[in-house]
Design a protein around this ligand. Structure first.
Ligand SMILES: [Zn+2]
Length: 458
């Protein structure tokens, strides 16, 4: 049979011009299971490098939830393996497209959404152009408090923005870093970062606590690390995770684009839970810092490293607060203090809306990750308090978290971050008062008030 030349031309034009159409997920399934022992975990992990298997929750340890998105033959293959093992599984949805359509109706521009035309609504997910316009608006509206920095251009020519919020101090104050959206399908992460920017700015001068947070620290927030991938999730494939770069050395593999920027840092590059296959969703890239997104974080953090008090990287989903390391289960040198801070954070997070989060070192809580931002920030940049946070939920909707959960997720995450900053601030105060020289202390002291828990263990 002769190929249809007209259809071929239309296809070529669509590819060349990048005219987008939504990737359809009709009939795609989301399966859930709980491996009962290490052997079952091992069998499931054997599917990790299969580009047809899209793990939303990786197999880690026995009795931990696993969620995987499958379709067609890949689904049948997995289901038959599970049946042979006698491992029960359940279907969370047998039509992911329905979930994506629901989300589209709830969030897409030009809809009935209140706030879309009158301002920037924080209880809705926004496309890239609206986020960029909003950041621009913010920097114009608060010229004395903000500075919008360009941290690099992406493969597709989008800008990676970093918003600095500072009330003065000539760059001598301790700094806090928050980034979000390094994985593009995790929409709740940038939505949460944008909420935090707004919360800081509208409350400065009105709320004593927030005013103090800004007057005592400089805040650096990168709300959307991976704009190319994010754009792709809005225009083509809602479940895209990586950036959109073409893998060097694989020019023929046009269909398998994208590098996972959170496997591209120069820390255990190519170690556990990374892939050298461009089609994999955890493809690490050709060499460390080959990507604009990882380089943007590296450059920003290195410029601040002498005064960077804490680093937070926002992801979804699972409801976890984690500290280094991801590449080893050995305890980090600051393990005890990390656990102390995680306990403080979790208490604040759970007090906000009663939502349960697990916490601990990354490799023991989630799964092994190599070449990740938070490990690099801790090990190489030397920032002692480096956190990565997996936001809501625990697998009910996963990446397709309804917009009604944006505000509560933002509120509880903000509570966690500020509890850590306040806790560190209080410790610093105690430390300073204990080391103040007698000549500047008017009151006579007979006891050394050196606090506990301030030993430098790094
Ligand atoms: Zn992520």
């Amino acid at each position: 049979m002769k190929p249809n030349f007209n259809s071929f031309c239309v296809l070529c034009i669509l590819i060349i011009c990048g005219i987008s159409a939504f990737q359809n997920f009709t009939g795609h399934k989301l399966l859930g299971m709980v491996p009962r022992n290490p052997d079952e975990v091992k069998v499931l992990r054997g599917f990790l490098d299969d580009p047809e298997m899209d793990f939303w929750l990786e197999p880690t340890y026995e009795l931990q939830n696993v969620t995987v998105h499958v379709n067609g033959e890949s689904g049948k293959k997995l289901e038959s393996t599970l049946q042979n093992m006698g491992l029960q599984f359940y279907t969370i949805t047998d039509d992911l497209e329905k979930w994506i359509e629901r989300e589209r109706e709830e969030n897409y521009p030009g809809s009935h959404l209140q706030g879309r035309t009158t301002g920037f609504a924080f209880d809705v997910y926004h496309p890239l152009d609206e986020i960029v316009a909003h950041l621009d608006d913010v920097s114009r509206k608060y010229p004395n408090l903000t500075k919008l920095l360009n941290m690099g251009d992406t493969f597709e020519g989008n800008i990676i923005y970093l918003l600095k919020i500072s009330s003065g101090g000539n760059d001598t104050r301790p700094a806090i870093w928050i980034d979000a959206g390094i994985h593009s399908r995790e929409w709740i992460a940038p939505a949460t970062a944008l909420y935090m920017i707004n919360h800081l700015l509208v409350n400065y001068g009105n709320d004593k606590y927030i005013t103090n947070l800004i007057d005592s620290h400089d805040w650096y927030i990168m709300p959307l690390v991976n704009p190319d991938g994010y754009l792709h999730t809005w225009n083509w494939n809602r479940l895209w995770r990586k950036n959109r770069a073409l893998a060097p050395g694989f020019p023929g593999v046009l269909i398998c684009r994208g590098i996972d920027p959170n496997r591209n840092f120069d820390i255990f590059f190519g170690g556990p839970s990374t892939s050298s296959t461009p089609c994999s969703s955890i493809y690490k890239g050709d060499h460390p810092f080959s990507e604009a997104e990882s380089s943007a974080i590296r450059d920003g953090v290195m410029a601040l490293r002498d005064r960077l008090l804490a680093y937070f990287s926002l992801h979804s989903f699972s409801q976890l607060w984690m500290t280094p390391h991801g590449y080893t289960t050995l305890k980090a040198p600051d393990f005890a203090e990390h656990m102390e801070l995680l306990t403080v954070a979790i208490t604040a997070v759970e007090a906000a809306h009663g939502m349960h989060y697990r916490y601990g070192p990354s490799a023991q809580t989630l799964y092994a990750t190599s070449g990740s931002a938070s490990d690099w920030v801790y090990d190489v940049a030397g920032v002692r308090y480096s956190f990565s946070v997996e936001l809501r939920d625990r697998g009910v909707f996963g990446f397709l978290l309804p917009r009604t959960e944006i505000i509560p997720t933002s509120e509880e995450t903000w509570a966690g971050i500020t509890s850590i900053v306040s806790h560190l601030q209080a410790k610093e105060k105690v430390k300073k008062s204990s080391t103040t020289s007698p000549s500047t202390t008017p009151l006579p002291t007979t006891k050394n008030t050196k606090p506990e828990n301030t030993t430098d263990t790094s």
